[in-house]
Design a protein around this ligand. Sequence first.
Ligand code: M3L
Length: 264
Amino acid sequence: MPVEEFVAGWISGALGLVLGHPFDTVKLLGFFKGMSFPIASIAVVNSVLFGVYSNTLLLLTATSHQERRAQPPSYTHIFLAGCTGGFLQAYCLAPFDLIKVRLQNQTEPVAQPGSPPPQYQGPVHCAASIFREEGYRGLFRGAWALMLRDTPTVGIYFITYEGLCRQYTPEGQNPSSATVLVAGGFAGIASWVAATPLDVIKSRMQMDGLRRRVYQGVLDCMMSSVRQEGLGVFFRGVTINSARAFPVNAVTFLSYEYLLRWWG
Ligand SMILES: C[N+](C)(C)CCCC[C@H](N)C(=O)O
């Protein structure tokens, strides 16, 4: 199994994340809280995303990434490979994302003298407390919603990227850096716009259970959110998600493409 896509995904994910972290955190308050943890985790997760995508495409079309410019795969194959990558990365992402959401929602300012310490002292402490209080399954709270969010939207991600690259690149050539940046940025926006409704639900499910369980499952969380807040609830955060998605994914795709070209 070719591994360079995994490594390129690893590095490019970390680079994209550094740019995106302030956006990601501002939507949950608590600026710059916990930066080193997401860097390490997104690197793993992005490596699964790109590695699985590229290797699924290899299985479906029998072309390696070096051959793909000369023999472009069909959009159906790109979509299916993207969905597979999205599905598998969602499972790797689930515990990391849960910890991130829990830490970012701890908005208490840094300990005042005499005040009780925050519930979670850091990512490792957070993981250990969730494990202690809710068991192994607790670490996967919200994973089902995350999988529903990422399976189709990672398909959309790669279709948009490939479609835009092909549109602006002469046949058989590699896309220019400008094309990769713009296509990567719009791929990020398109997939995040599609992902936002389930992103809202996912985050609510991840926070649920912290004190008192409110939701019975994904559907129940959707229904009660809509009942209480109207359909607009599904678009909560769509602007900040898009503003974050452009630079993050422009840099992710640019570094991914260039690392693979370097390595031949
Ligand atoms: C599928 N979904 C839209 C959720 C994410 C796809 C892009 C992944 C990228 N690491 C990022 O964080 O933007």
